[in-house]
Design a protein around this ligand. Sequence first.
Ligand code: FEO
Length: 170
Amino acid sequence: MIKKKLEDALNKQSSHEAYASSSYLAMASWCEKEGLRGCAEFFYAQSEEERGHLLKLVKYINEAGGHAQVSAVSAPANSYKNLQEVFKTGLEQEMGVTQDINKIVELALQEKDYAAFTFLQWYVQEQVEEENLFRLTLDIIKLAGKEDRSWLLVDKEIGALKDEEEKEEE
Ligand code: FEO
């Protein structure tokens, strides 16, 4: 049976994952309107993944004897200065989620909720991958500026990152 403190913390985390999903959806829409179809696909896929993270939490909380709650999600930013700002915001968001996850891992150990601790290991690993992915996108954008490469190429390379990620997971 899940400990109450863990139930509350995981419910709070599920609202962070819901916010991430909605924030990446807004980024996808911004990219699409800017004609950056590769980046738009990147964020549509990222938004779906975050919904997956949310569902995983909902199912775990209920399976462990708690009650998963759905709460209101605040509106994300819908406009950005440029593509770099979009991906920088994404990276900062992921770094925030990593901190949130780490705090819940510590709580699971304090509360001796080893089932929750084990469940959370998937999120710990996922955050390493998510942060790395966003750093890669920022490297691509930075290099493009130095080498004066076209935005079309940047868009294509970022769009391909998600395909590579999916292949690695197969
Ligand atoms: Fe579910 Fe990207 O954190």
